[in-house]
Design a protein. Structure first.
Ligand SMILES: *Cc1c(COP(=O)(O)O)cnc(C)c1O
Length: 414
């Protein structure tokens, strides 16, 4: 059976050959309930977003309260408490120096906003003609910043994702994470054309769960500063605890010029993103010349329900010390996965609430989804990566089921 005759078009899927997706009828805590009666532990937090679990009573309440007041209102010419409060709250909890918040509706758009901000930052300094040439970006190889045209240009440049579009996307500069010599050389040669460097700090998610050090980022930032190049942190995946600190930036010695949050920002309840900027960036837009204003404004930016649920989520995160939950998940993942040294396994990496088994070949993962389902776990590998990024509320017993499932799958290829 194929899904070609269906009206619903699925993401990253070949309808001719894809398996029929499993239907979820409800979700509670870490569990997904399927229409065939099975109950699966969500090992992926629905694309890394539902850190508080599903159907959280306090998040439900916050959303309901806001719904009854006002589900939506435009942010052009109008404002409202939920957006004002969330902006203040994000400034409070993010690294010192990030002082202004621009909302949008998804991580991709949040990153587009960051790139556009960086470009216009230099355009607005038109007294310095040289700055107007700064139209390009540096990105890390293996990075992912979303699926829209602008961010595709700074995403991984190898076969998997967006290489089909090579001719239409802007051409950018790519460096190997960790290689400072390469970055220094690139900046030396091209800094006059480069507006910003964009990175997923510490952990590159969708590109294959690659890790690099905070020391590398510290040095990279110094190089960027030397050449008047902005540093953008895409924390859409790493933000809200995933790498063990509230933000990956908290492990670095500096504050990025621009930072993007998404995914877990609303605990997976609503699509929303935030692009934060420092005074240095914001001040370049603040002028009596209207043309220096930032020309962007998604219809649903600052949606009151998204802001209300994000605010409540942040309260819960801090009140219930979610970072200690992440620390517990990390040590359990390390204990459980690091023994996984079978012939089909190329590498195992754990960082915060992320654990990945990299196989030597994608074919070793064929059938793993069904295998996991039979063990009460929802996992969805891609390419050669079998990974988990569970909700932070997962219990030790539940996480051990996820880990056992991953390890016993790999055992079979011995
Ligand atoms: C998921 C992701 C995005 C894109 O977010 P969407 O909400 O899917 O548009 C951008 N950057 C990173 C690091 C991500 O993981």
């Amino acid at each position: 059976m194929t899904t070609c005759s269906q009206s619903l078009w699925y993401p990253y899927a070949q309808h001719q050959t894809m398996a029929v997706p499993w239907k979820v009828v409800s979700a509670e805590g870490v569990y997904l309930n399927l229409d065939d009666g099975s109950r699966l532990i969500d090992g992926l937090s629905s694309w890394w977003s539902t850190i508080y679990g599903y159907n959280h009573p306090e998040l439900n309440q916050a959303l309901n309260d806001q719904l009854l007041k006002m589900p939506h209102v435009m942010l052009g010419g109008l404002t409202h408490d939920a957006a004002l409060q969330l902006a203040d709250r994000l400034v409070e909890i993010t690294p010192d120096g990030l002082t202004h918040v621009f909302f949008s509706d998804s991580g991709s758009v949040g990153c587009e906003v960051a790139m556009k901000m960086a470009l216009q930052y230099f355009i607005n300094q038109d007294s310095n003609q040289r700055c107007a040439d700064k139209t390009q970006f540096i990105a890390l190889k293996g990075g992912y910043h979303g699926d829209t045209l602008g961010v595709m240009s700074v995403g991984t440049d190898d076969e998997a994702m967006h290489s089909l579009f090579k001719r239409v996307v802007f051409s950018q500069h790519f460096v190997d994470p960790g290689d400072l010599g390469q970055l220094a050389h690139l900046l030396e040669e091209n800094h006059q054309q480069i507006a910003a460097m964009i990175v997923e700090p510490l952990m590159q998610g969708a590109g294959g769960f690659l890790l690099h050090s905070a020391a590398y980022l510290n040095q990279a930032k110094q190089l960027c500063d030397r050449y008047n190049v902005l540093m953008i942190f895409d924390e859409v995946a790493t933000g809200f605890g995933r790498t063990g600190t509230l933000f990956a930036a908290d492990q670095c010695d500096f504050t990025p010029d621009i930072m993007v949050l998404g995914k877990a920002l609303t605990g997976g309840y609503m699509g929303h993103a935030a692009t934060l900027a420092t005074d240095r960036v914001f001040d370049a837009f603040c002028s009596d010349d209207f043309h220096k204003a930032f020309m962007h404004g998604p219809t649903f930016m600052g949606n009151p329900m998204a802001c209300a649920v994000a605010l409540k989520g942040i309260d819960i995160f801090l009140r219930d010390d979610y970072l200690s939950k992440v620390a517990g998940i990390e040590s359990q993942l390390k204990r459980g996965l690091c023994s996984c040294s079978f012939s089909c396994v190329k590498d195992v990496r754990v960082n915060g609430a992320m654990g990945v088994i990299e196989m030597s070949d994608p074919r070793y993962l064929k059938g793993v989804q069904q295998f996991a389902k039979e063990r009460g776990v929802w996992l969805r590998p891609f390419d050669r990566y079998l990974y988990t990024m569970p909700p932070y509320i997962i219990s030790e017993l539940e996480l051990s089921k996820v880990i056992d499932c991953m390890v016993s799958w790999c055992q079979r290829c011995e």
